[in-house]
Ligand binder design. Structure first.
Ligand SMILES: Cc1ncc(COP(=O)(O)O)c(C=O)c1O
Length: 409
């Protein structure tokens, strides 16, 4: 098989999607609640909203109406969006311990020595491929608590160091992401530590929900920014998925705001860790797991077990899943970083770029293909993508963007 014959993108349409939007499915994404979460996040002195860029020359080039990209590489100086979830989950945990509401709290109040006196020493533990753990370690340190962070086999040493720099006790394990989560759950139980995991499973769903809600605050920012530049909402929302918490957090808020007029929600996964794709191709749409090494450049998306709560929402409301070869992510990194004149240059890492890479590839090389047609990715499309991380592994970034590693042609 030559590179030309290779299938870089697979698509499954979601045949389990609801025909209408039911409010009871969206109770966790109440607009006022999300506003309060964003207000809390804004109490941190280094908070600024991240930019929503218009890639209008790229949209022209690809023959679509609009492409806007939210750049989360600029979030809190941490090079990824994930901290939005960790911050809120830790704050909400502390608020509950204190018997307070999050809307009455700020970073300053939580940093007050009296809080530590009342709570004693708390250690937060989490498993991560990099970004989530860095966010948890950062939030714990900011609030004066300890953190322990474990990473799966093959994790990048730069990402490990970034977590240690936030004061966490961090180690790489000899197992994959999902098994690392299980190790952390056991340690939390044994030592009385608080597990702040960004995925839910049977019996563990409260903290993961707070994490998803933390991500929804980004969707609130996006809606406000989008409305400043366009009178019509996006038609397509491309969302990358590891365990699906991010996609569900963003999708939940958009569904809440736009109801039946919500954009098409398209899940994008690496083909080596495509647990949503594998679930949606089954006859009944039951949650499927992908195991083993999950060897993909998209480290942040190398998760084989969907979050139970995120899965429920996405199964009901996503239009389908794109399962992508690593080359879709690498082309996305190059397109982001080397824009057409007039568009901004955006530094996008392996997990951040795959959605733009998919849009580019479908419009450039598969315009007449049934996937593109089925997605209605045509000239009227108003597309929203989110660059969820910057160059969190700088050496790999250069290998891909400078040296041309993993081409699509
Ligand atoms: C950069 C980046 N994008 C997207 C995701 C996907 O998030 P989730 O695992 O909630 O699906 C991750 C997860 O770690 C990530 O690090």
């Amino acid at each position: 098989m030559t590179l030309k014959d290779k299938q870089f993108i697979k698509w499954v349409k979601n045949k389990f999607k609801n025909s209408e939007v039911f409010e009871e499915d969206l109770q966790n994404f109440n607009i006022e609640q999300v506003q309060n979460i964003l207000k809390f996040q804004q109490t941190h002195p280094s908070y600024t909203h991240t930019p929503l860029y218009s890639l209008s020359n790229l949209a022209n080039h690809l023959g679509v109406s609009m492409i806007q990209a939210k750049d989360e590489s600029q979030r809190f100086g941490l090079n990824a969006f994930k901290v939005l979830g960790g911050i809120y989950a830790i704050a909400k945990y502390i608020a509950n311990q204190l018997g307070e509401e999050i809307e009455d709290l700020s970073f300053d109040k939580l940093r007050d020595p009296s809080v530590k006196q009342r709570l004693g020493d708390v250690t937060f533990i989490s498993a991560t491929d990099g970004n989530h753990g860095r966010g948890v370690a950062w939030a714990a340190r900011e609030l004066g608590f300890k953190s322990v962070i474990y990473m799966p086999k093959g994790s990048s040493s730069q990402r490990l160091q970034a977590i240690r720099n936030e004061g966490a006790l961090a180690e790489i394990q000899d197992v994959n992401y999902d098994d690392t989560v299980r190790i952390c759950a056991r340690l939390a139980e044994k030592n009385g530590w608080v597990m702040v995991q960004d995925t839910a499973w049977e019996g563990y769903d409260e903290i993961p929900l707070w994490i998803m809600q933390g991500y929804s605050a980004m969707a609130l920012e996006i809606v406000e920014q989008w409305n400043q530049t366009s009178e019509q909402p996006p038609t397509h929302l491309f969302l990358q998925a590891g365990v699906g918490s991010f996609a569900a957090g963003i999708a939940g808020y958009f569904l809440r705001v736009y109801g039946e007029q919500a954009p098409k929600i398209v899940i994008v996964e690496p083909d080596q860790a495509d647990c949503f794709y594998q679930s949606f191709i089954t006859e009944k749409g039951e949650r499927q797991f992908v195991g083993g090494a999950m060897a993909t450049e998209m480290a942040g998306l190398a998760c084989g077990e969907p979050n139970t709560e995120a899965f429920k929402l996405l199964r009901s409301y996503a239009s389908g899943v794109l399962s992508c070869d690593d080359a879709i992510s690498t082309v996305g990194m190059r397109v982001y970083g080397n824009p057409l004149k007039g568009d901004p240059s955006i530094v996008s890492g392996e997990s951040g770029s795959v959605t733009l890479g998919a849009v580019y590839y479908l419009r450039k090389f598969m315009r007449e293909h049934s996937i593109t047609v089925d997605l209605e990715l045509h000239e009227d499309a108003r597309i929203l993508v989110i660059n969820t991380e910057g160059d969190t592994d700088e050496e790999n970034y250069r290998k891909i963007v400078w040296d041309g590693f993993l081409p699509v042609q």
